[in-house]
Write a protein of this length. Structure first.
Length: 352
């Protein structure tokens, strides 16, 4: 679930508990360009305070006026559409004639609306759906399917909440900690796998699962799907290669491994011995990450997640970007002797 929308849920429950009435606004459909996706939410408190957004600020003022004019006293939700005409699109600042369909739901109680239950489920990182009946204003919260999406037929609104994407990180070095922490903020269910006793993620890391199983077994148990990403960070072929083999045979949308250009070429040669075909090997991202001049573990984590995000969103990166990644990785090795030592070293260093 988008972290912005999670804050909307928290604010809504908090305001209702304080005795305020709240209007919860959800985008149910968009046409043309839209600043926010379907399912994005906005909470309007009766005194005009706002949490979240549905248009990046374009139509929030009108929504506040609309909510106040209704005094938030309506007993059932209503459907509102913005930007139907070109003139309205210009008036509300919707880009390129975009149109938004919204459901405005008046709320007076967090428990009766199911929002307290919904918030608890999301904070526990469970994937759930909230089903709202527009006629009665009643709602229920139930488990959601991994492939379930927002649905609205004019009478019933189904919104899906909770983590929708998974990330398996192989290796528990310093880089893994930063990668995992940022990924949790991007709404991934994060698992860090490292069977080596000398490597562990220390401290309290909410939302991150740590396992000691062998990486290839972990990949198999995970049953990767098209919403799963797998990243190998150990530099140890004994840990990375078999796991990458299983990952590349799966529907995972992203499979990547850290290391220099030379080491990644050697890795692909080894993977050929596991009967992977050319198409499967072509799915391996390596050297991993985008060229942003990263040097420190936090910066490298950002570069990895930038590439991962592009893959998740179906963005094809220019060849020039990948060339710069290869140049940066080669430069980081400095000389062939360093390459040989890195290849032979059986422990993770946490950086390319």
């Amino acid at each position: 679930m988008d972290s912005v929308d999670l804050e909307v849920l928290r604010s809504t429950v908090n305001w209702l508990d304080q005795g305020f009435r709240v209007m919860l606004v959800t985008i149910t459909k968009t046409w043309g360009s839209s600043p926010r996706p379907e399912g994005a939410m906005l909470a309007l408190r009766e005194d005009g305070r706002v949490a979240g957004s549905v248009s990046g600020g374009c139509i929030e003022d009108d929504l506040i006026h609309r909510a106040r004019s209704r005094s938030l006293s309506a007993s059932s939700p209503e459907v509102v559409t913005y930007g139907v005409s070109a003139e309205e699109a210009r008036r509300f600042g919707l880009p390129c004639g975009g149109t938004l369909q919204l459901v405005m739901e008046p709320l007076a109680d967090a428990g009766g609306s199911g929002l307290r239950e919904l918030l608890a489920a999301v904070e526990a990182r469970r994937l759930v759906a909230r089903v709202l009946d527009l006629g009665s204003g009643c709602s229920v919260v139930r488990p959601a399917r991994p492939d379930e999406a927002l649905g609205f037929d004019g009478r019933q609104l189904v919104t899906v909440h909770g983590p929708r994407w998974r990330l398996l990180i192989i290796g528990a070095g310093q880089l893994s900690r930063f990668l995992a922490q940022i990924a949790v903020g991007l709404d991934y269910q994060v698992t860090v796998c490292d069977p080596r006793e000398e490597y562990a993620l220390e401290g309290d890391l909410p939302g991150i699962t740590r396992v000691r199983t062998m990486p290839d077994d972990t990949v198999i148990d995970l049953q990767p799907d098209a919403r799963t990403a797998i990243v190998a960070l150990t530099h140890d072929p004994k840990l990375d290669d078999l796991a990458l083999m299983e990952a590349l045979r799966s529907p995972a949308f992203y499979v990547g491994a850290i290391g220099s250009r030379i080491n990644n070429a050697r890795r692909k040669e080894r993977l050929l011995d596991f009967d992977l075909d050319a198409a499967q090997l072509a799915r391996l991202h390596g050297p991993i990450g985008l060229h942003i001049g990263s040097r420190t573990p936090p910066e490298i984590a950002v570069s990895i997640l930038a590439e991962l995000t592009a893959a998740k969103n179906g963005v094809t990166l220019p060849d020039a970007v990948r060339v710069e990644v290869a140049k940066q990785a080669a430069a980081s090795a400095r000389e062939g002797a360093v390459e040989e030592r890195e290849e032979a070293r059986p422990v993770a260093c946490g950086m390319a």
